[in-house]
Design a protein around this ligand. Structure first.
Ligand code: ADP
Length: 530
């Protein structure tokens, strides 16, 4: 019918606005590389490129018992991690909600003494023998032995200025925390002080960013001995941390305020804070839907990459696009066949109280449902719209229109994710470092073609282990959005300097539990350095 054709055309038009083609990807990769280099040289750039003072990634042979704690929002998590040294580990953990009055306490001590108390409870519950032995030794000998002390990694997901591997000053609280006294203080020292008051055998060895934890966790557990290059998160937010050559981190190596650290590996993990890539919109797409989302956000003009890529925002982009169509009386989306009045609420099939009318009303998991619905007439989409979003009697044409737009939003996000991944692969020169088994020259020259993987008889490229460029990812979006990785790969192939050969060398794997095993591994490398 004319009616459904109109709707299909409108859906195609909106979906087309979310196209981010090969040319756009290439331009954005160039800009990302430029911002990476700029961020390594100076402060106040779009990519913050924060030096983490972590100078090595694990290879899976690391052993020992470590602790990790995670303060990120509503909960405080305490764990101990036994690294078995064969890429596996066991983890014991406990979790407790942070009482609201401590989030807004008068003094830092109120919060941090509570955290130390949780560590004590954990030790008593899960490492009782060890705990009582150290208490006894302290009473009889006055002090405990170095090897009895647990090294602990502290994942602290608030903005900190890191000045050493276990030293970082709180810049500001977020997520509902508000303790004035803590701002400007070293959060590791605050935690250590309370741990010491309880005489716990625990040393805060490392301050951990969650993306660095993801990188470390993946590097320990990934198959093969080649260390992981990049840890990336695509969850509520998005960010990545990667292994950089130390001499390129000139803002650190040439700074007089830099803390002391081990320079022997010649590398340092850098936290890109890529959520703010291209805030000035040189290369990022900017549809009317992006403009509206940004204008109504709490932080207009910043985190512009994140607003196009991460789980917090994709559902909202879809919602804005759909509401735009619904509000246009000429477009039949979710409208009664016979209606022609101008009052949106009374003429649509959308319930007045539907979350679709409210900011943040559509969750990004709905995009996954749309991309994954292969049923006849998109039955799953229609059911979800009915049950979760209060939109009744949705037609197959309506569902197809929703699916098409949702798919475009999700695919654009994945292609933008590829921009960050591709830029880091290129900037670090990993494609140029061929191996003994590779067919290209090993000279690290500018402009050398990417080496080919060894091609098996079936003609499918098979990559030698040494040529693999390993990437660890975490977050619900990359884990649950159908074919997110495939969309990333498609875009990577479109970047000439990567191409099909380069894309094959990139291995992407889920890295779980960065704030547990990842933090433990950072505590381990930190312990080795001191
Ligand atoms: P966090 O990043 O907060 O640690 P997650 O990795 O679970 O936690 O990410 C949560 C985000 O992922 C939310 O924005 C949510 O909307 C989105 N999300 C949850 N489930 C899915 C799904 N099935 N598909 C896509 N996105 C999802």
């Amino acid at each position: 019918t004319e009616r459904s054709m109109n709707l299909a055309e409108q859906a195609k038009r909106v979906a087309a606005e979310f196209e981010f083609g090969p040319g756009n990807v290439r331009k954005a990769v160039k800009e990302f590389v430029r911002e990476m280099d700029e961020g390594l040289q100076k402060e106040g750039t779009e990519l913050s490129q924060i030096p983490t003072y972590v100078t090595a990634v694990p290879n899976g042979t690391e052993k020992g018992l470590y602790m990790a704690v995670d303060l990120g929002g509503t909960n405080f998590r305490v764990c101990s991690i036994q690294l078995h040294g064969n890429t596996t580990f066991s983890l014991t953990q406990s979790k407790v909600a942070i009482p609201h009055e401590l989030m807004v306490a008068k003094t830092s001590k109120e919060l941090f003494s509570f955290l130390a108390k949780q560590i004590e409870n954990f030790l008593k519950a899960h490492h009782e023998d060890h705990y009582t032995a150290t208490i006894k030794r302290r009473q009889t000998e006055g002090n405990i032995k170095e090897e009895e002390i647990f090294d602990l990694g502290f994942t602290f997901s608030f903005p900190v200025q890191q000045i050493g591997i276990n030293k970082g000053v709180l810049m500001r609280w977020t997520k509902g925390f508000d303790i004035q006294e803590t701002i400007g203080q070293d959060v590791c020292a605050l935690l250590q002080k309370e741990i010491d008051e309880l005489h716990l055998p625990v040393r805060v060895a490392a301050l951990v960013n969650d993306t660095v934890g993801t990188l470390m966790a993946r590097s320990y557990t990934s198959p093969g001995k080649t260390g992981t290059l990049l840890g990336a998160i695509f969850g509520t937010g998005t960010n990545g941390a990667y292994v950089e050559k130390l001499d390129k981190v000139s803002k650190l190596t040439q700074s007089k305020d830099a803390g002391d650290f081990d320079k022997s590996t010649g590398e340092m993990i850098v936290n890109t804070e890529w959520g703010s890539f291209d805030n000035s919109l040189r290369t990022l797409p900017n549809t009317p839907y992006d403009v509206e989302l940004d204008a109504k956000s709490v932080n207009p003009g910043i985190q512009m990459f994140e607003k196009r890529v991460s789980g917090m925002f994709l559902g909202e982009l879809l919602r804005i696009a759909l509401v735009g169509l619904v509000k246009d009386p000429a477009i039949p989306l979710f409208k009664d066949e016979n209606s022609s009045q101008n009052d949106v609420h009374s003429t649509t099939q959308i319930h007045e109280g539907s979350p679709i009318w409210k900011q943040w009303g559509i969750d990004t998991s709905f995009l996954s449902i749309c991309a994954g619905d292969h049923s006849d007439g998109h039955r799953v989409i229609r059911q979800t719209l009915d049950k979760e979003y209060g939109i009744s009697a949705v037609s197959a044409e309506d569902a197809e229109a929703v699916r098409e737009i949702a798919f475009a939003v999700g695919r654009r996000a994945a292609r933008l994710a590829a921009v960050a991944i591709g830029a880091i692969v290129l900037e670090t020169g990993r494609l140029r470092s061929a191996t003994a088994s590779g067919t290209a020259t090993t000279e690290d020259k500018e402009g050398v073609d990417p080496p080919r993987g060894t091609v098996d008889s079936s003609g499918r490229g098979e990559v030698a282990e040494e040529d693999v460029i390993d990437i660890g990812v975490d977050g619900s979006l990359v884990e649950f959005y159908p074919n997110f990785e495939e969309h990333i790969r498609q875009a990577l192939r479109e970047v000439e300097e990567i191409g099909e050969q380069g894309e094959k060398r990139i291995r992407i794997g889920i890295a779980k539990d960065g704030s547990g095993v990842g933090a433990a591994l950072i505590a381990l490398v930190a312990g080795r350095m001191t």
